[in-house]
Design a protein around this ligand. Structure first.
Ligand SMILES: [Zn+2]
Length: 230
């Protein structure tokens, strides 16, 4: 990867000076590669960042062939030095929703047996999906337990990791871990670590309050929809 991932070094950095390594027109937009970036590319259930590179508007950021592609509207030139600015309100909101999803998962794993994670989405309609059964009447109890965990101000640690390390330390490994980017893990408080390449808040207290919208079951799968307030 040509681009230094500053969002992993500091997920709170809102502005950066960077150099434009390449610019390629793509329809009405430009595909831009930077020497370093604070923009998180969509992935792992977390939304793409938005913001500005110089005067140009960043519409979408994605990983493609192992490179971070910023799709921008405006004019930029290869070799230019520019200031990039993150849409921090957007990032912070989805960072909180993502960390909240992991806290919810960790608490669920301590409360119930026989739930196996299938996927999670931490965008506008956030949810966790599991193979297994979970009674919808448990909603309030889960909500209460997760909010207790959030209020306990648990540290959220993320770091780069190897496949072997993940295999040894994590309870669940997704069947297809991405090979085009370095692997990472998240660990909240003393809960089990989990593979994850997202960007997160530093402590659970920052999240505020989580609410469970509903718990719905279908064909041996259960979906827990959640949101974050505050
Ligand atoms: Zn995640």
């Amino acid at each position: 990867m040509k681009t230094k991932q500053i969002y992993y070094e500091d997920s709170y950095q809102k502005e950066i000076k960077c150099n434009i390594l390449s610019v390629e027109p793509k329809g009405i937009l430009l595909n831009v590669v930077l020497d370093q970036t604070i923009f998180y590319p969509e992935g792992g259930g977390q939304s793409s960042d938005k913001g500005h590179i110089g005067e140009a508007k960043v519409e979408y950021v994605r990983l493609s062939d192992g490179e971070i592609i910023h799709q921008v509207q405006g004019e930029l030139k290869t070799g230019e030095n520019v200031t990039a600015l993150l849409d921090w309100n957007w990032r912070y909101k989805y960072m909180k929703i993502h960390t909240a999803g992991h806290a919810l998962h960790d608490v669920l794993m301590t409360m119930f047996e026989g739930l196996y994670p299938i996927r999670g989405s931490h965008g506008k309609k956030a949810f966790l999906e599991y193979q297994g059964e979970l009674d919808a009447s448990k909603k309030d109890e889960i909500e209460k337990k997760v909010n207790e965990a959030l209020q306990a101000d648990l540290p959220v640690n993320t770091k780069e990791s190897t496949y072997d390390e993940l295999e040894k330390e994590c309870r669940f490994l997704p069947p297809h871990l991405p090979k085009d980017k370095p692997l990472r893990m998240i660990k909240i408080g003393s809960y089990a670590p989990m593979p994850d390449g997202g960007v997160h808040v530093k402590t659970t207290k920052e999240i505020g309050t989580i609410w469970i919208a509903n718990i719905s079951s279908q064909e041996g799968k259960v979906k827990i929809r959640y949101g974050v307030a505050g």
